[in-house]
Ligand binder design. Sequence first.
Ligand code: GLA
Length: 344
Amino acid sequence: MKPGPRGLIVARAPGRVNLIGDHTDYTGGFVLPAAIDRWTTIELDQRDEYWFELVSNDDPEPALIPRDVQNPNAGRPVWARYFAGVVSVAQPERGGSGFVTSNLPIGAGLSSSAALTVASALAIGEDGPPLEIALMCQEAERRATGLGVGIMDHLASAGGVEGCALLIDCTSLETNPVPIPDGIEIVVVHSGQERTLAAANYGVRRSQCEEAEAEIGPFRDATIDDVLSMGDDVLRRRAHHVVSENERVIECARALREGDLTLVGELMAASHASLREDFEVSTHALDQLVAHLVTIPGIHGARLTGAGFGGCAVALADTGVADTLDLPLLWAVHAVGGATAEPR
Ligand code: GLA
């Protein structure tokens, strides 16, 4: 339990986009996300109070959270559950009142929830290294949602590196920055479809992975031959996605470092196909969007990003291409550093 600083603190945490490596983090695999220049900001006035009182620019309903909150996943409004999750893990000695603002689209697959937990942790005075903050926030989100989310989103938000994606080994939790090549920008495009049943399906996919690992051992150490030996068609395809995706992430990080954008594009295409066919988390709208994006000159690769079931596609494009595209809900984003907190 930490006393944390008194007074006004402004904590800002970025969302993330994942370039490649989806549904690999919760089995200890590899991911390649980047923190992006869309943030959630919390201005918190810390006081010796029992309550946290919060208001958000997105919701007229205020939130009142006790410092010893017991069931973060039961509170209202729903966004405040993430703050409550952090409070329940961190057990701060002070409460306070604050404003939450965000320019991250919610439910788009850009980790608005992870940004909210990381900003919450810093706002209440947590000040450890990014990995420590990320682990605390992962636990907080699990308590807030009841979902066994992986570490990717929180670690990208807490530990982002400007101009770089982060190659994260979700077993050792080691991170290595991978520079985005000069002249290339990250483009995020919403499929127009809100993520549907994402939470329920996420849980099902996790259980299927556990079942498959019980048969062939940890995916992280499994080979494609191990996967092909499996009897059950669904479990074999789930395992095939994860084991092959881990290889693609490593190859993609290398190709990005070498500026081999043709190979990066091929790997992104293979990743999307694997998420569609083997892991079955794509949607028709996402498939059509990705198919369209890769026909555009100057776009090197595209795929769905995040958990799937709707939400966004990510593309790597020559700088300036995004400005020429006539697509609604498109954001050219930049890779930024991780979350910060400053007294005011
Ligand atoms: C969500 C989870 C992450 C990760 C992705 C899929 O964003 O929070 O931990 O599993 O889905 O890659």
